[in-house]
Design a protein around this ligand. Structure first.
Ligand SMILES: N=C(N)NCCCC[C@H](N)C(=O)O
Ligand SMILES: O=C(O)CCC(=O)C(=O)O
Ligand SMILES: [Fe+2]
Length: 330
Protein backbone atom coordinates (compact mmCIF):
# COMPACT_ATOMS: atom_id res chain seq x y z
CA UNK A 1 0.00 0.00 0.00
CA UNK A 2 1.50 3.31 -1.09
CA UNK A 3 2.16 5.92 1.58
CA UNK A 4 2.56 9.67 1.41
CA UNK A 5 6.16 9.40 0.30
CA UNK A 6 7.70 12.69 -0.81
CA UNK A 7 10.76 11.32 -2.53
CA UNK A 8 11.95 8.03 -3.96
CA UNK A 9 14.60 6.09 -2.03
CA UNK A 10 18.01 5.24 -3.47
CA UNK A 11 19.28 1.70 -2.81
CA UNK A 12 22.87 0.60 -3.30
CA UNK A 13 22.39 -3.01 -4.39
CA UNK A 14 26.09 -3.89 -4.75
CA UNK A 15 25.98 -6.52 -1.92
CA UNK A 16 23.10 -8.25 -3.72
CA UNK A 17 24.94 -8.15 -7.05
CA UNK A 18 28.02 -9.67 -5.39
CA UNK A 19 25.93 -12.64 -4.18
CA UNK A 20 23.80 -13.12 -7.30
CA UNK A 21 22.53 -16.73 -7.58
CA UNK A 22 24.23 -17.67 -4.30
CA UNK A 23 21.86 -20.02 -2.46
CA UNK A 24 23.23 -18.70 0.85
CA UNK A 25 22.78 -15.03 0.03
CA UNK A 26 20.16 -14.60 2.79
CA UNK A 27 22.91 -15.17 5.37
CA UNK A 28 24.96 -12.24 4.13
CA UNK A 29 24.66 -9.09 6.28
CA UNK A 30 25.01 -6.78 3.28
CA UNK A 31 22.33 -8.64 1.32
CA UNK A 32 19.99 -8.47 4.35
CA UNK A 33 20.37 -4.70 4.48
CA UNK A 34 19.52 -4.40 0.79
CA UNK A 35 16.50 -6.70 1.26
CA UNK A 36 15.21 -4.55 4.13
CA UNK A 37 15.50 -1.44 1.96
CA UNK A 38 13.82 -3.14 -1.00
CA UNK A 39 10.93 -4.26 1.20
CA UNK A 40 10.42 -0.76 2.61
CA UNK A 41 10.59 0.87 -0.83
CA UNK A 42 8.22 -1.65 -2.42
CA UNK A 43 5.69 -1.24 0.40
CA UNK A 44 5.85 2.53 0.65
CA UNK A 45 6.38 3.75 -2.89
CA UNK A 46 6.58 0.86 -5.35
CA UNK A 47 9.49 2.87 -6.79
CA UNK A 48 13.19 3.09 -5.96
CA UNK A 49 16.47 4.04 -7.61
CA UNK A 50 19.21 1.43 -7.81
CA UNK A 51 22.90 2.19 -7.81
CA UNK A 52 25.79 -0.24 -7.53
CA UNK A 53 24.05 -2.40 -10.17
CA UNK A 54 27.17 -3.11 -12.19
CA UNK A 55 25.99 -1.96 -15.63
CA UNK A 56 28.52 0.63 -16.80
CA UNK A 57 27.28 4.18 -17.04
CA UNK A 58 28.98 4.38 -20.45
CA UNK A 59 26.53 1.74 -21.75
CA UNK A 60 23.51 3.49 -20.21
CA UNK A 61 24.61 6.62 -22.07
CA UNK A 62 25.30 4.84 -25.34
CA UNK A 63 21.82 3.29 -25.27
CA UNK A 64 20.28 6.75 -24.83
CA UNK A 65 22.60 8.24 -27.46
CA UNK A 66 21.66 5.79 -30.21
CA UNK A 67 18.00 6.26 -29.26
CA UNK A 68 18.38 10.04 -29.67
CA UNK A 69 20.05 9.48 -33.04
CA UNK A 70 17.16 7.33 -34.26
CA UNK A 71 14.47 9.81 -33.19
CA UNK A 72 16.45 12.64 -34.87
CA UNK A 73 15.93 10.95 -38.26
CA UNK A 74 13.24 12.19 -40.68
CA UNK A 75 9.80 10.69 -40.08
CA UNK A 76 9.81 8.79 -43.39
CA UNK A 77 13.00 7.00 -42.33
CA UNK A 78 11.51 6.07 -38.96
CA UNK A 79 8.32 4.81 -40.61
CA UNK A 80 10.36 2.13 -42.41
CA UNK A 81 9.96 0.07 -39.23
CA UNK A 82 6.38 1.08 -38.47
CA UNK A 83 4.53 -0.89 -35.80
CA UNK A 84 1.18 -2.48 -36.62
CA UNK A 85 -0.86 -5.51 -35.67
CA UNK A 86 0.81 -7.27 -38.63
CA UNK A 87 4.30 -6.74 -37.16
CA UNK A 88 3.28 -8.24 -33.83
CA UNK A 89 3.10 -4.76 -32.30
CA UNK A 90 6.84 -4.46 -32.76
CA UNK A 91 8.46 -1.38 -34.24
CA UNK A 92 8.06 2.38 -34.45
CA UNK A 93 5.04 4.41 -33.41
CA UNK A 94 4.63 8.13 -34.13
CA UNK A 95 3.82 10.84 -31.62
CA UNK A 96 0.15 10.46 -30.72
CA UNK A 97 -0.18 6.81 -31.82
CA UNK A 98 0.00 5.43 -28.28
CA UNK A 99 -3.13 6.10 -26.28
CA UNK A 100 -3.46 6.08 -22.50
CA UNK A 101 -6.90 6.31 -20.90
CA UNK A 102 -8.35 7.55 -24.19
CA UNK A 103 -5.84 10.39 -24.66
CA UNK A 104 -3.05 10.30 -27.26
CA UNK A 105 0.37 10.45 -25.63
CA UNK A 106 2.95 13.03 -26.73
CA UNK A 107 5.68 10.46 -27.31
CA UNK A 108 7.17 8.40 -30.11
CA UNK A 109 8.69 5.00 -29.44
CA UNK A 110 10.13 1.74 -30.67
CA UNK A 111 8.63 -1.31 -28.95
CA UNK A 112 10.55 -4.58 -28.79
CA UNK A 113 9.62 -7.87 -27.20
CA UNK A 114 11.25 -11.15 -26.54
CA UNK A 115 11.12 -13.39 -29.58
CA UNK A 116 7.81 -15.19 -29.99
CA UNK A 117 7.36 -17.68 -32.82
CA UNK A 118 4.07 -18.74 -34.36
CA UNK A 119 2.64 -21.66 -32.38
CA UNK A 120 4.22 -20.67 -29.09
CA UNK A 121 1.55 -20.25 -26.39
CA UNK A 122 -1.27 -20.95 -28.86
CA UNK A 123 -3.79 -18.18 -29.53
CA UNK A 124 -2.50 -16.16 -26.60
CA UNK A 125 0.88 -15.79 -28.30
CA UNK A 126 -0.41 -14.84 -31.77
CA UNK A 127 -0.79 -11.05 -31.41
CA UNK A 128 2.90 -10.64 -30.56
CA UNK A 129 4.39 -13.01 -33.12
CA UNK A 130 7.09 -11.46 -35.27
CA UNK A 131 10.74 -10.50 -35.26
CA UNK A 132 11.77 -7.22 -33.71
CA UNK A 133 12.09 -4.39 -36.22
CA UNK A 134 15.54 -2.86 -35.77
CA UNK A 135 16.43 0.31 -37.64
CA UNK A 136 19.39 0.09 -40.01
CA UNK A 137 20.36 3.61 -38.92
CA UNK A 138 22.13 4.19 -36.52
CA UNK A 139 24.09 1.23 -37.73
CA UNK A 140 25.11 -0.09 -34.28
CA UNK A 141 21.55 0.10 -32.92
CA UNK A 142 20.77 -3.62 -32.74
CA UNK A 143 24.16 -4.64 -31.33
CA UNK A 144 24.01 -2.04 -28.56
CA UNK A 145 20.42 -2.88 -27.66
CA UNK A 146 20.90 -6.63 -27.60
CA UNK A 147 23.88 -6.31 -25.29
CA UNK A 148 21.86 -4.00 -23.07
CA UNK A 149 18.83 -6.32 -23.01
CA UNK A 150 20.99 -9.23 -21.80
CA UNK A 151 22.49 -7.17 -18.98
CA UNK A 152 19.07 -5.83 -17.94
CA UNK A 153 17.68 -9.38 -17.81
CA UNK A 154 20.49 -10.52 -15.54
CA UNK A 155 20.18 -7.48 -13.29
CA UNK A 156 16.41 -7.79 -13.06
CA UNK A 157 16.62 -11.45 -12.10
CA UNK A 158 19.07 -10.50 -9.37
CA UNK A 159 16.84 -7.70 -8.02
CA UNK A 160 13.92 -10.16 -8.07
CA UNK A 161 16.01 -12.49 -5.88
CA UNK A 162 16.24 -9.66 -3.35
CA UNK A 163 12.51 -9.02 -3.64
CA UNK A 164 11.77 -12.76 -3.18
CA UNK A 165 13.68 -12.61 0.12
CA UNK A 166 11.88 -9.39 1.05
CA UNK A 167 8.55 -11.19 0.61
CA UNK A 168 9.75 -13.90 3.00
CA UNK A 169 10.49 -16.50 0.32
CA UNK A 170 13.59 -18.30 -0.86
CA UNK A 171 15.95 -16.34 -3.13
CA UNK A 172 14.61 -18.20 -6.17
CA UNK A 173 10.96 -18.19 -5.11
CA UNK A 174 9.97 -16.09 -8.14
CA UNK A 175 11.83 -18.16 -10.74
CA UNK A 176 10.58 -21.54 -12.03
CA UNK A 177 6.92 -21.45 -13.11
CA UNK A 178 6.67 -17.73 -12.32
CA UNK A 179 9.65 -16.18 -14.10
CA UNK A 180 12.12 -18.98 -14.82
CA UNK A 181 11.67 -18.21 -18.53
CA UNK A 182 10.96 -14.49 -18.30
CA UNK A 183 9.30 -12.52 -21.04
CA UNK A 184 10.68 -9.04 -21.57
CA UNK A 185 9.55 -5.84 -23.20
CA UNK A 186 11.67 -2.85 -24.10
CA UNK A 187 10.42 0.59 -25.07
CA UNK A 188 12.73 3.22 -26.49
CA UNK A 189 10.78 6.40 -25.94
CA UNK A 190 11.21 9.98 -27.17
CA UNK A 191 9.32 12.91 -25.67
CA UNK A 192 9.29 16.00 -27.88
CA UNK A 193 9.37 19.50 -26.50
CA UNK A 194 5.82 20.67 -25.95
CA UNK A 195 5.22 23.56 -28.32
CA UNK A 196 2.58 25.17 -30.51
CA UNK A 197 4.53 23.83 -33.51
CA UNK A 198 3.77 20.23 -32.69
CA UNK A 199 0.15 21.04 -32.07
CA UNK A 200 0.23 21.31 -28.33
CA UNK A 201 -0.02 24.45 -26.28
CA UNK A 202 -1.10 25.24 -22.78
CA UNK A 203 -4.70 24.38 -23.70
CA UNK A 204 -3.91 21.11 -25.46
CA UNK A 205 -2.41 17.78 -24.58
CA UNK A 206 0.95 17.98 -22.93
CA UNK A 207 1.23 14.59 -21.29
CA UNK A 208 4.17 12.59 -22.63
CA UNK A 209 2.73 9.37 -21.23
CA UNK A 210 -0.53 9.34 -19.32
CA UNK A 211 -0.98 7.83 -15.86
CA UNK A 212 -0.57 4.07 -15.92
CA UNK A 213 0.89 1.14 -14.03
CA UNK A 214 3.40 -1.22 -15.60
CA UNK A 215 2.24 -4.70 -16.49
CA UNK A 216 4.82 -7.20 -15.31
CA UNK A 217 7.21 -7.67 -12.42
CA UNK A 218 9.90 -4.99 -12.46
CA UNK A 219 10.77 -2.04 -14.71
CA UNK A 220 14.26 -0.57 -15.17
CA UNK A 221 14.08 3.03 -16.39
CA UNK A 222 17.18 4.58 -17.98
CA UNK A 223 16.34 8.24 -18.41
CA UNK A 224 18.12 11.24 -19.92
CA UNK A 225 20.14 13.37 -17.56
CA UNK A 226 19.21 16.94 -16.65
CA UNK A 227 15.53 16.62 -17.52
CA UNK A 228 12.96 15.88 -14.82
CA UNK A 229 9.79 14.51 -16.38
CA UNK A 230 8.71 11.31 -14.62
CA UNK A 231 6.15 11.67 -11.86
CA UNK A 232 4.96 9.06 -9.38
CA UNK A 233 1.65 9.27 -7.52
CA UNK A 234 1.66 8.88 -3.77
CA UNK A 235 -1.19 7.74 -1.56
CA UNK A 236 -2.77 11.17 -1.22
CA UNK A 237 -2.68 11.70 -4.96
CA UNK A 238 0.28 14.09 -5.09
CA UNK A 239 2.65 13.69 -8.03
CA UNK A 240 6.23 13.21 -6.81
CA UNK A 241 9.02 13.89 -9.31
CA UNK A 242 11.61 11.21 -10.04
CA UNK A 243 14.54 13.33 -11.26
CA UNK A 244 17.37 11.60 -13.12
CA UNK A 245 20.31 10.51 -10.99
CA UNK A 246 23.29 9.74 -13.23
CA UNK A 247 24.35 6.09 -13.27
CA UNK A 248 21.15 4.83 -11.63
CA UNK A 249 18.00 3.11 -12.85
CA UNK A 250 14.59 4.10 -11.60
CA UNK A 251 12.90 0.79 -10.74
CA UNK A 252 9.23 0.19 -10.21
CA UNK A 253 7.07 -2.81 -9.64
CA UNK A 254 4.39 -3.98 -12.04
CA UNK A 255 0.91 -5.46 -11.83
CA UNK A 256 2.10 -9.08 -11.65
CA UNK A 257 4.25 -8.43 -8.59
CA UNK A 258 1.34 -6.68 -6.95
CA UNK A 259 -0.71 -9.86 -7.38
CA UNK A 260 2.11 -12.17 -6.21
CA UNK A 261 2.56 -10.06 -3.07
CA UNK A 262 -1.22 -10.09 -2.45
CA UNK A 263 -1.16 -6.29 -2.46
CA UNK A 264 1.72 -5.89 0.01
CA UNK A 265 3.49 -4.15 -2.86
CA UNK A 266 1.73 -1.69 -5.12
CA UNK A 267 2.19 -1.16 -8.86
CA UNK A 268 2.24 2.59 -8.49
CA UNK A 269 0.66 4.99 -10.97
CA UNK A 270 3.13 7.17 -12.84
CA UNK A 271 3.13 9.58 -15.79
CA UNK A 272 5.55 11.62 -17.86
CA UNK A 273 5.45 15.34 -18.64
CA UNK A 274 8.37 16.87 -20.49
CA UNK A 275 8.13 20.55 -19.68
CA UNK A 276 11.79 21.13 -20.46
CA UNK A 277 13.01 22.90 -23.61
CA UNK A 278 14.88 19.73 -24.61
CA UNK A 279 13.86 16.52 -26.35
CA UNK A 280 13.89 13.72 -23.73
CA UNK A 281 14.74 10.08 -24.21
CA UNK A 282 13.95 7.20 -21.87
CA UNK A 283 14.70 3.53 -22.35
CA UNK A 284 12.42 1.34 -20.27
CA UNK A 285 13.16 -2.36 -19.85
CA UNK A 286 10.29 -4.43 -18.45
CA UNK A 287 11.11 -7.74 -16.75
CA UNK A 288 8.01 -9.90 -16.84
CA UNK A 289 6.82 -13.38 -15.85
CA UNK A 290 6.82 -16.41 -18.14
CA UNK A 291 4.41 -15.60 -20.97
CA UNK A 292 2.05 -18.42 -19.98
CA UNK A 293 2.42 -18.04 -16.21
CA UNK A 294 -0.72 -18.03 -14.11
CA UNK A 295 0.01 -15.45 -11.47
CA UNK A 296 -1.70 -15.59 -8.08
CA UNK A 297 -0.84 -14.43 -4.57
CA UNK A 298 2.04 -16.41 -3.03
CA UNK A 299 1.06 -18.40 0.06
CA UNK A 300 3.81 -16.69 2.06
CA UNK A 301 2.21 -13.33 1.23
CA UNK A 302 -1.36 -14.48 1.88
CA UNK A 303 -0.26 -15.55 5.37
CA UNK A 304 1.15 -12.08 5.95
CA UNK A 305 -2.07 -10.38 4.89
CA UNK A 306 -4.43 -12.17 7.24
CA UNK A 307 -4.83 -15.43 5.35
CA UNK A 308 -7.15 -14.01 2.70
CA UNK A 309 -6.40 -13.82 -1.01
CA UNK A 310 -7.11 -10.16 -1.64
CA UNK A 311 -6.18 -10.31 -5.30
CA UNK A 312 -7.40 -12.68 -7.99
CA UNK A 313 -5.25 -14.51 -10.50
CA UNK A 314 -4.18 -13.45 -13.97
CA UNK A 315 -2.41 -15.09 -16.88
CA UNK A 316 0.45 -12.76 -17.71
CA UNK A 317 0.29 -13.17 -21.52
CA UNK A 318 -3.44 -12.36 -21.47
CA UNK A 319 -2.84 -9.27 -19.36
CA UNK A 320 -0.11 -8.10 -21.75
CA UNK A 321 -2.12 -8.78 -24.93
CA UNK A 322 -5.13 -6.99 -23.42
CA UNK A 323 -2.98 -3.89 -22.94
CA UNK A 324 -0.95 -3.99 -26.15
CA UNK A 325 -3.91 -4.52 -28.49
CA UNK A 326 -5.75 -1.50 -27.06
CA UNK A 327 -2.78 0.85 -26.67
CA UNK A 328 -2.82 2.22 -30.21
CA UNK A 329 -4.85 4.70 -32.18
CA UNK A 330 -5.05 2.17 -35.05
N1 LIG B 1 4.81 -2.11 -21.27
C1 LIG B 1 4.49 -1.02 -20.60
N2 LIG B 1 4.42 -1.05 -19.30
N3 LIG B 1 4.24 0.08 -21.26
C2 LIG B 1 3.83 1.26 -20.61
C3 LIG B 1 3.07 2.08 -21.54
C4 LIG B 1 2.04 2.85 -20.81
C5 LIG B 1 1.12 3.53 -21.73
C6 LIG B 1 0.07 2.65 -22.33
N4 LIG B 1 -0.63 3.38 -23.33
C7 LIG B 1 -0.94 2.17 -21.29
O1 LIG B 1 -2.02 2.75 -21.20
O2 LIG B 1 -0.67 1.21 -20.58
O1 LIG C 1 9.69 7.98 -19.52
C1 LIG C 1 9.72 7.52 -18.39
O2 LIG C 1 10.45 8.01 -17.52
C2 LIG C 1 8.87 6.34 -17.98
C3 LIG C 1 8.14 5.66 -19.10
C4 LIG C 1 7.13 4.68 -18.60
O3 LIG C 1 6.59 4.81 -17.53
C5 LIG C 1 6.76 3.49 -19.41
O4 LIG C 1 7.14 3.41 -20.59
O5 LIG C 1 6.11 2.59 -18.89
FE1 LIG D 1 5.54 2.98 -16.97
Amino acid sequence: MATDFKSIPIIDISPLVAKSDDANMAEDVGVCEVVTQLDKACREAGFFYVKGHGIPDSLLREVRDVTHKFFDLPLEEKLKIKLSAATGYRGYQEVGDNVTKGEPDVHEAIDCYRELKLGMYGDMGKPLVGPNLWPSNPQNFKVVMEQYIDLCAELSRNIMQGIALALGGKFNELEGHIAGDPFWVMRLIGYPVISKENGHDEHGADIGCGAHTDYGLLTLVNQDENITALQVRNHSGEWIWAPPIPGTFVCNIGDMLKILSNGLYESTLHQVINKSPKYRVCVAYFYEPNYDATIEPLDICVQRTGGIKILGQAVYGEHLVGKVTTNFRY
